[in-house]
Design a protein around this ligand. Structure first.
Ligand code: HEM
Length: 444
């Protein structure tokens, strides 16, 4: 792979850096609105932060899918033009999105709050990507390793959920607020399932590469996991529409499926780790650490999600910072950790010098500890707000928020360290990207 692919990794990492900086600013602006509202209000920073986060995850997931599928069956070499066109159009459109955000010109819907005509180039670029993957994939005889199917599923379902997410353009959907909202939340929930397919596929591929054991990707356990996550992708939206009127059994079935998927993924990482000896771990220490820590975050988010769904607790937590803890707990703790591990593998990060390796270890520890405090503070803020508004029935917003804002100060301080830790990792990755020879990217 040539310079264009290196450029795409650079873009994905810069999106992560942008996510961190906008998130950090948003958290302080939320605490001190009077000082920032004229220059950079929260209402402007939130969509910038959230869109950057989504674009980081989707760009990171496609980076890994392109690189790994090229190793597996030469996707890039067979569809070079299509992939270049996808990368080019995707990047230019996202840059345009941010130009609009800076000019305070909005449109679209939650998480995609840019002028809606920009969805057209995003969709066209995705179709280019889809064709580039599907053409060579359909031609290969051995489609057995599950990661190939996971990538194919993720790519297809991102396309479908993106279309669904744009259904509000049709009058009929806008005629009823409830109908439009339900479709929006459903589409966004399923879209998470779509990028998870690409990310889980990449982590499975990584497990095969690190362990050297091909059978990992073909076991009954993995096949079952795939069908479970496919079902989750199609039906998990039930737990994203808790707050709209719907039949209870829809909520329960989708909830059960979502939780089982996580349990299964934890067990897959566990069985992978049990197969590794010291030598293999040492050879891929950095990707291994990122992959392993995602198991802890899976477990913590699973516990949080279980608690959130107990009706007596949900009464307090609904619409509070607990939902934000759930969103960031999964996108940072699970998605971003797996992606950083996979990108580290692509960059052959083990070849950096000893000093940089130590720095990464240090940054990794700082990130995990501060992220834990960050996450717990969001949960504490959510519980406190829920308790004061529901149990104490406080109607004065300022009085209700007073102790909540103090907890959110802890969140914002911890956020500084999350940003510092992750930025250090990004800088070392970027340096490695700069040094690595272009030809090193997939000689196939
Ligand atoms: C990889 C890094 C990050 C990712 C992927 C990420 C992702 C997200 C997502 C998906 C949301 C939307 C939550 C929702 O709608 O409920 C969000 C909101 C937010 N994030 Fe992050 N985030 C990251 C880092 C950070 C950092 C480091 C900070 C602060 C230091 C931060 C501060 C915020 C704030 C203030 C909000 C808005 C919460 C609200 O609306 O009340 N984020 N983030």
């Amino acid at each position: 792979m040539k310079g264009i692919f290196k450029g795409y990794i650079l873009f994905a990492l810069l999106m992560l850096a942008a996510t961190l900086l906008f998130g950090l600013l948003a958290s302080w602006v939320f605490l001190y609105p009077q000082s920032f509202n004229n220059s950079f209000p929260f209402q402007q920073l939130r969509p910038m932060h959230v869109s950057a986060a989504l674009f980081w995850i989707i760009s990171g997931a496609t980076c890994c899918t392109i690189f790994f599928s090229n190793e597996a069956f030469s996707v890039y070499n067979k569809s070079k033009k299509g992939i270049h066109a996808f990368i080019g159009l995707w990047i230019v459109t996202i840059i345009t999105v941010f130009i609009y955000y800076f000019r305070k010109e909005y449109g679209g819907r939650e998480y995609w709050e840019f002028p809606s005509w920009l969805s057209i180039p995003l969709l066209v670029s995705w179709i280019l990507f889809m064709v580039s993957y599907y053409k060579p994939w359909l031609a290969i005889a051995n489609k057995k390793p599950m990661y190939l199917i996971m990538w194919a599923t993720g790519i297809l379902f991102f396309f479908l959920t993106f279309l669904e997410q744009n259904l509000w353009h049709i009058d009929w959907f806008r005629q009823s607020y409830l109908r439009e909202l339900t479709v929006q939340w459903k589409a966004n929930g399923s879209m998470v399932g779509a990028w998870n397919q690409m990310i889980y596929g990449s982590s499975l591929y990584l497990m095969v590469k690190i362990s050297g054991d091909k059978s990992i990707a073909e076991t009954k356990q993995v096949q079952f996991f795939y069908f479970l996550s496919l079902t989750n992708l199609m039906f998990n939206w039930g737990h994203h529409i808790y707050n709209v009127p719907t039949a209870n059994w829809v909520r329960h079935v989708s909830y059960f499926i979502s939780m089982t998927e996580w349990l299964f993924f934890i067990s897959m990482i566990r069985s992978f780790r049990s197969k590794l000896d010291e030598y293999k771990i040492h050879n891929h220490l950095i990707p291994y650490k990122f992959l392993s820590i995602s198991e802890l975050w899976l477990f913590l988010n699973l516990t949080l999600a279980l608690m959130m769904s107990i009706p007596a607790i949900n009464r307090y937590t609904h619409g509070t910072h607990i939902t934000v803890a759930h969103a960031m707990g999964t996108t940072i703790g699970i998605n971003s950790m797996i992606l950083l591990g996979a990108i580290g593998y692509i960059l052959r990060i083990e070849e950096i010098n000893k000093r940089e390796k130590k720095l990464i270890q240090y940054a990794f520890t700082v990130t995990q500890i501060s992220f834990f405090i960050f996450w717990i503070s969001l949960i504490a803020a959510g519980i406190l707000k829920g308790y004061r508004s529901v149990e104490l029935n406080m109607s004065n917003f300022q009085e209700m928020m007073y102790p909540v804002l103090r907890v959110l100060t802890v969140f914002s301080i911890a956020g500084i360290f999350v940003v510092l830790g992750l930025l250090l990792i990004i800088i070392i990755y970027l340096k490695r990207l700069w040094m690595i020879r272009t030809e090193a990217f997939g000689s196939k």
